[in-house]
Design a protein around this ligand. Structure first.
Ligand SMILES: [Fe+2]
Length: 568
């Protein structure tokens, strides 16, 4: 039985499952080449059907990750802001009108749109609660029979946070926190205060910058902006920091008096900005730990699933693993809204159809793959000379290139679902070179100097590097690197002595594991620097995308499946 799950606003995506197994999952941005693509995922759906070798007529259920008619709470909140300021009301009113007319009314036409585009089909259509889809996206593909579940994002229909308990094929909602109290919107507002762009997903930058600062403004944030209440609750004071006004770079007098003026996007980053980032990061972490303590008291379950865009905060995740009462944590690699397509499909399969659980997600390789022949054709068309090599020659040769200082564009197999490159669409480089982070950030990725870069590590080496066993195939957790190891791999250790590793097992990605093993053989270092294969664009999807990057920016070598191009 085929079920199609859809995300159709920002981070649009489609997931197709068959009898509870993921057949395909992919973001629309990978095809459209527009970051965080918003709109119906035409190409992603087409790809899912082609990957399965079916037509829409074979799909029994289609599930959308949103209930577009849930508007009352948002409307009330908008009205309430009239008593605060006309600016605040106007910002919400304009956005609300735009959302209803452009997005929500369009969602109601989704079943007709699918039939018009892909042909006749008798599928049943389901509109599902957004945060329920987030919860489902983590729990139903986790290895846990039961778990506590925390979802956190900017907002769904009107909900920003849920606390739930998953048991077997059920998810029981325990608590729902609604607008305007939103951890995601708080962090986005700080992102704009610091001169970055919440629309571009720049929240990563705040997290990266936080490591350079001290949380000098923590008291202000925790007392005046993001306050914890009771044992399972928090509130955001929008009179002091309002996401909707921050979208327009408008900030209250109180926050400017407390933190100084907001940073302009072209302004040099100062110690004050770093301290603001560190303070916002700390107050977020404290609020989430507070929620988790409450959730643990409620459920007494030692397993935890996290989803929603805030679950991408890997520094926070590191603290959760170390300091929350939970012993086991699962975070789905597409924890943001793209992953809701997967959550929607599984919600239908388990909670509506009552089918038993069977699929724990062990990898994220559910996107398009391209054959050796297709890669060779693309290289020939681009006029690039290449060698075609068996792995026993290719892998030692690539490992040697990296050890000699080359930056390699590495392209193999099915592309990753979620924002992390996990060794199938990655730039790879030598983690031992202290200058490699600046080189990659400035010359290859064309982005800020302070963005941390992460390692892909042999799974069995985690104790050596981090002093304890750790498995994270999805690169979603930051840990402290042991003192002895930090100086050996400076390019992947952040300023605060941490790293965000992907652990690679020979079972899940044997060719990538073997490449790292070859690098270890040469250098004794069991990891590679891995950053996503993209330059100010979505991660490369096709051989043509990869070749276009190679022609645009001077990295040293390109591997497309079994073909190697070395820049002379
Ligand atoms: Fe969301």
């Amino acid at each position: 039985m085929y079920i199609l799950g859809l995300t159709t606003l920002g981070d649009a995506a489609a997931t197709l499952i068959r009898d509870g197994q993921i057949i395909a999952a992919v973001e629309e941005e990978r095809f459209s080449r527009i970051k965080h693509h918003s709109g119906f995922p035409y190409n992603a759906v087409q790809y899912c059907l082609e990957e399965a070798g079916i037509t829409i007529g074979d799909v029994k259920h289609v599930a959308l990750y949103w209930k577009p008619w849930v508007l009352r709470h948002k409307a009330l909140q908008t009205l309430k802001t009239l008593s605060v300021s006309s600016d605040m009301f106007r910002a919400r009113f304009d956005r609300g009108i735009a959302q209803v007319s452009h997005n929500y009314l369009g969602m109601l036409k989704t079943p007709a749109l699918i039939r018009n585009r892909y042909g006749r089909s008798a599928f049943r259509f389901h509109y599902l609660d957004h945060h329920f889809c987030h919860a489902s996206s983590a729990f139903f593909v986790s290895p846990f029979d039961s778990a506590a579940i925390l979802t956190m994002d900017g907002t769904g229909e009107d909900t920003t946070t849920t606390l739930s308990r998953g048991t077997g094929t059920r998810i029981k909602l325990l608590k729902r926190i609604k607008l305007p109290h939103s951890l995601g919107q708080f962090y986005s507002a700080v992102t704009n205060f610091l001169g970055f762009d919440m629309f571009a997903g720049d929240e990563w930058k705040v997290m990266g910058l936080a490591a350079y600062g001290t949380p000098e403004y923590y008291d202000f944030f925790s007392k005046r902006v993001l306050c914890v209440n009771g044992d399972r609750d928090f509130s955001v004071n929008i009179r002091v920091l309002d996401h909707h006004l921050a979208r327009k770079y408008k900030f209250s007098r109180e926050i400017v008096e407390a933190l100084g003026p907001p940073r302009r996007s072209d302004e040099e980053i100062s110690e004050r900005h770093q301290n603001i980032a560190a303070s916002a990061q700390k107050v977020l972490e404290e609020a989430v730990l507070h929620l988790l303590n409450g959730l643990y008291q409620w459920t007494r379950d030692e397993s935890l699933c996290l989803a929603g865009g805030v679950a991408f905060n890997s520094v926070m995740n590191g603290r959760i693993i170390q300091q929350s009462p939970f012993k086991r944590v699962f975070i789905q690699p597409a924890a943001g809204d793209a992953g809701c397509s997967l959550g929607a499909a599984y919600a239908v399969y388990h909670t509506l159809l009552k089918r038993p659980r069977s699929n724990a997600m062990e990898h994220a390789y559910y996107g398009p793959a391209f054959s050796s022949e297709k890669c060779a054709t693309a290289l020939r068309e681009a006029g690039l000379a290449f060698d075609t090599l068996p792995d026993q020659e290719m892998l030692p040769q690539v490992a040697r290139l990296i050890a000699d200082g080359a930056i390699v564009g590495w392209f193999q197999g099915r592309m990753e679902f979620g924002p992390r490159a996990l060794g199938n669409r990655s730039f790879l480089a030598d983690p031992r070179r202290a200058d490699m982070r600046a080189l990659l950030n400035k010359k290859i990725k064309l982005r800020e100097w302070f963005r941390p870069l992460a390692p892909s590590m042999l799974e069995e080496a985690s104790t050596q590097v981090f002093g304890k066993a750790h498995a994270d195939p999805f690169m979603v957790t930051v840990l402290h690197v042991t003192e002895e190891q930090r100086h050996r791999i400076p390019a992947v250790v952040h300023v605060d002595g941490t790293a965000r590793p992907q652990t690679v097992s020979p079972k899940v990605n044997p060719r990538y594991w073997q490449l790292i093993r070859e690098f270890e053989r040469i250098t004794t270092v069991p990891l590679l620097l891995n950053t996503s294969f993209n330059i100010q664009e979505p991660i490369v999807c096709t051989p043509h995308d990869a070749i276009a990057s190679f022609q645009r920016v001077r990295f040293d070598a390109l591997v497309l499946e079994d073909h190697l191009v070395v820049r002379r």
